[in-house]
Ligand binder design. Structure first.
Ligand SMILES: Nc1nc2c(c(=O)[nH]1)N[C@H]1C(S)=C(S)[C@@H](COP(=O)(O)O)O[C@H]1N2
Ligand SMILES: [Mo]
Length: 415
């Protein structure tokens, strides 16, 4: 909505700054010359889009639903980013153990719900691409540019998110996580401006009496049905009762070695040749450095924890792990687990997820293990044989496999 000043401001009566502002506003809202009428053909002619299904009311309702879905995606996505790249002020608890599973599941579900919402919303407004005149004033041009940016950024988020869930990285010539995170801020900014501009229009559209259009209601029901269907056919990648109908989900929680999906295989990580006899876990702490072989690790008290692997891509799976408590190893290294941070490094020499940091609440949590066994058997190579980290309430990317080295630091005032 572009507001024009009601009356020309009487310049002589204004102080200088007001006068400049008045002139600026005048220029900003000044009508631009309309293009020649003979260009009004095809989609540009009046009445080119006669569908009675389109209405300000429909567009407003879809806009509200999209705003909520994007808000939820932004909040849960920002949280996931903070958990993976925690700034000094950020604190993430280790309990409830399945909390990240819920927040990331909601992130992916809300993102998938955006697919039909965004599709129908764009369908409901695309005739405006051919509005006449194309630009009425500099203010109108800025508004259109803002909407174009919002649409482009929103499409980028939804498409890149779906590609990531589908493990299809070929069409993305950038690192997914960084691109998806940066463009999220672009969407958030453009969306706030868009809401500010469109709020009066939405209020007006929703105040008007509801039209008796039966077909419009069917359209909304169709959008709701599509969202329900997408949710039902993907939720099975994390919620076992629905796994039988998870036709749209690329992962099933029970498919893979030892009944668990694999993110990166040992062959891909170059860790297939690690031998049980030659394996050493190197531990460095305030007390110095020592090595533990598998016999020494099995000689330490063994504990069992039922914890899910929760991939940021949206799949997750419950499993039963057993091995050595990280807190016990921290104590052996001469540090207090209540105040220690542990750098966990993989035998994998390259790769984005070859190391992770375990801080405060996760270090001392008795459920945090250097796991040696999974679901009742020795860890499969693809799940991190001979030893992998598993901790409660952490994204999968931080559950380092093929652990070769622990570096323990005592933090003066870790929470
Ligand atoms: N060293 C190493 N550990 C890793 C990864 C990796 O690429 N390298 N991938 C992580 C990711 S993204 C996930 S989701 C989990 C998956 O564990 P799984 O393959 O045993 O199911 O492992 C994590 N640990
Ligand atoms: Mo992952």
């Amino acid at each position: 909505m572009v507001r024009h000043p009601d009356k020309p401001v009487s310049e002589a009566a204004q102080p200088t700054s007001d006068r400049t502002r008045g002139r600026l506003a005048h220029w900003w809202f000044a009508p631009l010359p309309a293009p020649p009428e003979r260009l009004r053909r095809g989609p540009l002619r009046p009445g080119a889009f006669p569908s009675p299904l389109r209405s300000a009311r429909l567009t407003s309702l879809l806009g509200i639903a999209l705003g909520v879905a994007f808000g939820v995606c932004f909040g849960t996505g920002l949280l996931s980013h903070l958990v993976q790249h925690p700034p000094g002020w950020f604190w993430w608890p280790s309990r409830p153990a399945g909390l990240y599973r819920v927040t990331q599941g909601v992130h992916v579900a809300a993102g998938l719900a955006c697919v039909p919402l965004l599709g129908v919303k764009l369908w409901s407004v695309y005739p405006r691409l051919f509005a006449w005149p194309p630009v009425r004033s500099p203010a109108h041009a800025a508004e259109r540019a803002g909407v174009a940016l919002l649409v482009a950024a929103a499409l980028f988020q939804v498409i890149s998110g779906v590609l990531n869930v589908a493990h299809w990285y070929a069409p993305m010539p950038f690192f997914f996580t960084t691109g998806h995170y940066r463009v999220a801020w672009l969407v958030a900014g453009a969306l706030l401006v868009h809401i500010g501009v469109q709020l009066p229009v939405v209020r007006e559209a929703l105040r008007r009496p509801r039209p008796p259009a039966e077909r419009r209601r069917q359209l909304l029901a169709g959008v709701g049905g599509a969202i329900g269907l997408i949710t039902l056919t993907t939720a099975g990648q994390t919620w076992r009762p629905l796994r039988g109908i998870a036709v749209l989900a690329p992962r099933r929680p029970d498919r893979g070695p030892q009944g668990l999906p694999v993110n990166r295989t040992a062959a891909a990580a170059g860790t297939s040749a690690v031998g049980a006899g030659t394996y050493r876990l190197s531990v460095t702490g305030p007390g110095g450095t020592f090595d533990l072989d598998l016999t020494a690790l099995y000689a330490l008290p063994q504990h069992t924890a039922g914890l899910p692997i929760t991939c940021v891509e949206g799949w997750s799976a419950d499993a039963t792990w057993s091995g050595v408590r990280l807190a016990d190893l921290v104590e052996l290294a001469g540090a207090d687990p209540r105040r220690a941070t542990v750098l966990v490094e993989s035998l994998e020499t390259a790769g984005r997820y070859r190391a992770s940091t375990v801080a405060g609440p996760h270090t001392r949590d008795p459920l945090t293990l250097i796991a040696l066994r999974l679901n009742g058997a020795v860890l499969d190579r693809d799940h991190g044989f001979p030893a992998r980290l598993i901790a409660p309430n952490r994204p999968g990317v931080l559950q380092t496999k093929w652990v070769g080295r622990l570096t323990v630091r005592e933090e003066p005032c870790a929470r």
